[in-house]
Design a protein around this ligand. Structure first.
Ligand code: MN3
Length: 245
């Protein structure tokens, strides 16, 4: 039994909110040990709990959208990711986490790219939002505020550029505030790609993520992606974004 490795594995999963630290049974760890270099350590992904109720982001994101988005769309990415990793995959080892998988994603099956990205991106997205029933002004503070102001000039200008990137993303994808070589940047990715993926359109560490797939807003906003975005700013959890810095 390699305790350090088990610890790393658990920590990596726990950091994504995927498991609590003891959620992987010792028995499962032992089974994984026996599979050798083509182990299946990542085929146990579970749907993380939301940090709020399905109606917690009302009136900006509606309950039905949240329920379907989380319990159906996100769940499906997880089921398909687990399925893709339920057989030995060349290039995936015991030591891998989603992050290390992303760093070599061009060599892996596209189902791992799409469903691994789907799981990672949604897990992050849920945690970057919080309830704001009263619609009180919701702004970044501290180091994050300073960094945004120094790069974009003002928070309003940052919002404008982020919104433009979200409107410009054709079809399905994600918009990101991310950090590249320590500098804040705005960009977008198609499908379930993210800036951690080798050969993605942008590269860096995700800080803020916005899902612009139609399934994220269609029930309430129909084709009006711009209204979805302008309402979404009300539920951004800037403390959680700051923690990504
Ligand atoms: Mn989505």
């Amino acid at each position: 039994m390699n305790n350090r490795r088990d610890f790393l594995k658990k920590t990596a999963l726990a950091s994504l909110g995927i498991i609590t630290s003891n959620a992987i049974a010792e028995e499962q760890i032992q089974q994984l040990e026996q599979v050798g270099n083509f182990a299946l350590p990542l085929s146990n992904f579970e749907l993380p709990k939301l940090p709020y109720a399905y109606d917690g982001l009302e009136p900006f994101i509606d309950q039905q959208t949240m329920e379907i988005h989380h319990s159906k769309h996100h769940k499906t990415y997880i089921d398909n990711l687990n399925k893709a990793l339920s057989v030995p995959v060349e290039g995936v080892t015991n030591e891998d986490t989603l992050e290390t998988i992303f760093s070599k994603i061009s060599k892996l099956p596209v189902s791992i790219r799409n469903n691994g990205g789907g799981h990672y991106n949604h897990s992050l997205f849920w945690n970057l939002m919080k309830s704001n029933k009263d619609g009180v002004i919701n702004l970044p503070t501290g180091k994050l505020e300073d960094a945004i102001t120094s790069v974009f000039g003002s928070f309003e200008e940052f919002k404008k550029q982020f919104t433009e990137a979200a409107l410009k993303r054709f079809g399905s994808g994600w918009v990101w505030l991310y950090q590249q070589d320590g500098k804040l940047k705005i960009g977008s990715t198609p499908n379930q790609d993210n800036p951690l993926m080798e050969n993605a359109e942008i590269s860096g560490k995700p800080l803020l993520a916005l899902d612009v797939w139609e399934h994220a807003y269609y029930l309430k906003y129909q084709n009006k992606r711009n209204e979805y975005i302008s309402n979404w700013w009300n539920v951004v959890n800037w403390d959680a974004v700051s923690q990504q810095l």
